[in-house]
Design a protein around this ligand. Sequence first.
Ligand code: SF4
Ligand code: F3S
Length: 104
Amino acid sequence: TYVVVENCIKCKYMDCVEVCPVDCFYEGENMLVIHPDECIDCGVCEPECPAEAIKPDTESGLDQWLKLNAEYAKSWPNITVKRDPPADAKEHDGEAGKLDKYFS
Ligand code: SF4
Ligand code: F3S
């Protein structure tokens, strides 16, 4: 599966949802997650994310994010259509500690 990681938080560009062939993105207030049982590992979303916030689970160090994606994909609503990203998305791109500061 592919995994949405910390830099999505508060950036939420949503380019990813437009390209996913199986519509497996789910939406929280400040970030999206990928449903690990629905993702078919096609990889097309990874280069589409302007925040570089999508990684293959073959990368090391993603355990926390794998867990978070799996957990929230169960309860958050599905998202398949991109809207305007947050107005301050650029200011939060690359910011450290976003999980603790803003996650929802
Ligand atoms: Fe969707 Fe493919 Fe990205 Fe998985 S890797 S979330 S199937 S676009
Ligand atoms: Fe997040 Fe990147 Fe998608 S910022 S909403 S994973 S395009």
